[in-house]
Design a binder for this molecule. Structure first.
Ligand SMILES: Cc1ncc(C[n+]2csc(CCOP(=O)(O)OP(=O)(O)O)c2C)c(N)n1
Ligand SMILES: [Mg+2]
Length: 385
């Protein structure tokens, strides 16, 4: 057993000062210490997969990030580990606990199977891992191995933390007071019939023309990224192939570590429904430079146009409920253009709900630039800001 500072202070000396994750009782002293101690940032993520994406965004922004979670949530993180950090070469440190450790202390039945397969799952995902150091002497070599592996391979490194690896640490900081006066008065401004709405490409053209190189733009998986690439490939654009629903969490991580850079996330309705919880994190942490634009065609257009359930969903009301400061909605391209001009000047976390119809240009291609190339180019762009 070690105290949290024995690992965290040397980790911070190596540059690991951005932490995110979803709690586990084993992690309590660790998270508490990070929250209490100057020189660490902590983002409380609603989901382990979102935590991976938040950390990935922070890493691309130039930070070294650590994700902490319970092994129960490893499943929630599989998709962004395989499609985001692996595919885009983003080295985040992951600390997963090992509830239900085989041969370990008695644990709850829900941890039994996951405890038996946790390290096998890490191996299957081809993740380099080691047990979390249990003595002070083990800390320096463990961190050195992780640091060197991450730098050499640009891939995550995982520590597996067992029960009582970290000594008790009581949280000193008081949590923020809860809000009591909710009165949400958001009104959507949708006028057109479905078929009278624009398709996606003109929306992307308007946005790109207006934004040019003044912001980092993250385009969600599927046809949004593909069409955005066709509209014109630029170094400030990241096409998030895969990791459906992670665009907002990634943009949030980036926006938090690059407060002077405007970060625009282009989301899809299917993707946002998959990970709506990340809106709560965006609304709570309120990065002033974050603009979240939803292109809502009420369909999984990229996979054949199957309907989503967003025909009756007021995302603007949801965004207001989650604490976004400025909210726009429209189904008209001219209005969208005006909104983009306005949000460029806004200095608050912003949500834009743009209704479109489904449909793409015929013979839509795929980005010829690889995710690994996009990652390097995009990181250079954002880190120069
Ligand atoms: C985790 C995950 N599940 C499913 C898919 C397959 N998939 C790719 S794009 C897509 C539809 C996305 O819908 P939406 O966000 O509304 O974007 P649109 O296709 O309408 O532009 C789906 C289901 C995936 N890439 N990842
Ligand atoms: Mg859609």
């Amino acid at each position: 057993m070690i105290t949290a500072d024995k690992f965290l202070i040397p980790a911070r000396e190596l540059g690991f000062n951005f932490f995110t994750g979803t709690p586990c009782s084993y992690l309590k002293p660790f998270i508490n210490y990070v929250i209490d101690t100057d020189g660490f940032d902590f983002v409380d993520s609603v989901n382990e997969g979102d935590a991976i994406a938040i950390a990935a965004g922070a890493t691309v922004g130039g930070k070294r990030a650590v994700v902490m979670f319970q092994n129960s949530g490893l499943g929630n993180a599989v998709n962004p580990i395989t499609s985001l950090t692996y595919t885009f070469n983003i080295p985040v440190m992951i600390i997963t606990t090992l509830r239900g450790e085989p041969g370990g202390p008695a644990d709850e039945p829900q941890h039994e199977l996951m405890g038996q397969i946790t390290t096998a799952m890490l191996e299957t995902m081809r993740l380099k891992w080691a047990f979390f150091p249990q003595t002070e002497e083990e800390v320096a070599p463990a961190l050195k191995a992780a640091d060197e592996y991450m730098k050499k391979h640009n891939q995550p490194f995982v520590f597996v933390m067992r029960k009582d690896d970290i000594a008790e640490y009581k949280l000193q900081k008081k949590p923020a007071a809860s809000k009591k006066d909710f009165s949400i008065t958001h009104t959507d401004h949708f006028e057109l019939d479905y078929k009278a709405r624009t398709t996606r490409t003109p929306v992307l053209e308007v946005l790109q023309k207006s934004v040019a190189l003044s912001a980092a733009v993250i385009a969600t998986t599927g046809k949004t990224g593909r069409e955005f690439y066709e509209v014109g490939d630029q170094k400030n654009q990241l096409y998030m192939v895969g990791s459906m629903g992670c665009a907002l969490a990634f943009g949030l991580g980036l926006a938090m570590v690059k407060p002077k850079l405007k970060v625009i996330v282009l989301d899809g309705d299917g993707a946002l429904l998959m990970r709506t919880g990340s809106m709560a994190t965006a609304g709570a942490y309120k990065p002033k430079n974050l603009v979240h634009i939803l292109i809502d065609n009420e369909a999984h257009d990229s996979t054949g146009g199957q309907g989503t359930v967003t025909g009756g969903v007021s995302f603007g009301t949801i965004a207001a409920g989650f604490g976004y400061d400025k909210i726009y909605s429209t189904d008209r391209l001219e209005k969208f253009s005006e909104i983009v001009e306005e949000v460029k000047k806004n200095d608050v976390v912003t949500f834009v709900h743009m209704k479109t119809q489904k449909g793409s240009p015929e013979k839509l291609g795929r980005p010829k630039v690889t995710p690994a190339e996009v990652s390097v180019r995009f990181a250079e762009f954002v880190q120069s800001k």
